[in-house]
Design a protein around this ligand. Structure first.
Ligand SMILES: NC(=O)c1ccc[n+]([C@@H]2O[C@H](COP(=O)([O-])OP(=O)(O)OC[C@H]3O[C@@H](n4cnc5c(N)ncnc54)[C@H](OP(=O)(O)O)[C@@H]3O)[C@@H](O)[C@H]2O)c1
Length: 260
């Protein structure tokens, strides 16, 4: 098997995606960075190239439009770059009751967290299958395992990511392409600090450092793990959510949501 050379990481200007980029560069992978803010991406690309002996290309793109994945795939193909690893990390969260949500923002969330992730995977997967090797890393959440009142659409979008990832992991068995769904808990990024005061209710020991998360997730994906959870507390929470009756898990989450 030849080396899995180039990793495309969406949402790599900030947070977990930025940490993924650093970890992949540290491990010798060339990078394709994708997010909307071109200036931030270009500055980050310079920083990475100065620190590690890797090539870094930048594609500024909004992944919300329906044809975004196809356009990105074509732009990358024009530059004759082969993507060996696709990290579908870009995502958005909206902490708001459904009745109070702005419909446009809600559609954007569903489009980015679900549709764009599926479209990106579909676009980039066939060349990987043809080469007999590749890796897909989809970023879900511990919310993939339980309902999340007050940000129900976000939790449901992450449940989709987990189900989709596990489904295609089986479809791709034997092709040389593996799929890993990374399911972080609370991680110290802009997303968490912007989450309507949620951050201040979370004890420090529950919050993950994005670099540590990305480093562990990288290893899990390289091993071919299908589902990856960091931190003991997250594993326990998921055990509870998946082993206790749904009415109980739903009720407890509802109680927490009403207390906030
Ligand atoms: N932080 C947590 O506690 C946590 C927990 C579980 C799961 N996650 C998941 O982890 C992933 C990364 O989250 P994060 O906390 O690192 O978020 P973040 O700090 O808000 O960063 C989001 C990244 O996505 C990019 N992005 C946002 N909208 C985009 C769009 N329309 N098109 C292209 N790129 C877009 C942003 O860059 P631009 O603004 O430049 O586009 C940025 O690089 C998400 O899927 C999130 O759901 C996070």
């Amino acid at each position: 098997m030849s080396k899995l050379n180039t990793a495309l990481i969406t949402g790599s200007s900030e947070g977990i995606g930025r940490s993924f980029a650093e970890i992949y560069a540290k491990n010798g992978h060339d990078l394709v960075l994708v997010a909307r803010n071109k200036i931030k991406l270009e500055e980050f690309a310079q920083e990475l190239k100065a620190k590690y002996p890797v090539e870094v290309e930048v594609f500024a793109a909004d992944l919300i439009p329906v044809d975004a994945a196809q356009k990105l795939f074509e732009a990358i193909a024009l530059k004759e770059i082969k993507i060996d690893i696709l990290v579908n990390n870009a995502g958005m969260m909206q902490v708001e009751k459904l009745s109070e949500s702005d419909p446009q923002k809600l559609n954007n969330l569903l489009q980015l967290n679900i549709q764009s992730l599926v479209n990106m995977t579909q676009q980039f997967i066939n060349p990987m299958i043809n080469r007999g090797q590749g890796k897909i890393v989809n970023v879900g959440s511990i919310a993939s395992f339980m309902p999340t009142p007050n940000f129900a659409a976000y939790g449901a979008s992450k449940a989709f990511v987990l189900s989709f990832s596990e489904g295609i992991a089986e479809e791709l068995r034997g092709t040389g392409v593996s799929v890993t769904c990374v399911c972080p808990g609370m991680t110290e990024t802009k997303m968490l600090s912007h989450a309507e005061g949620m951050e201040k209710f979370i004890p420090k020991f529950l919050k993950a450092d994005p670099m540590e998360l990305a480093a562990q997730a990288y290893k899990a994906s390289m091993k071919g793990d299908v589902v990856f959870l960091d931190k003991v507390a997250n594993k326990l929470l998921v055990q509870w959510a998946t082993h206790y009756p749904r009415w109980l898990v739903r009720g407890v989450n509802g109680l927490f949501a009403r207390f906030k």
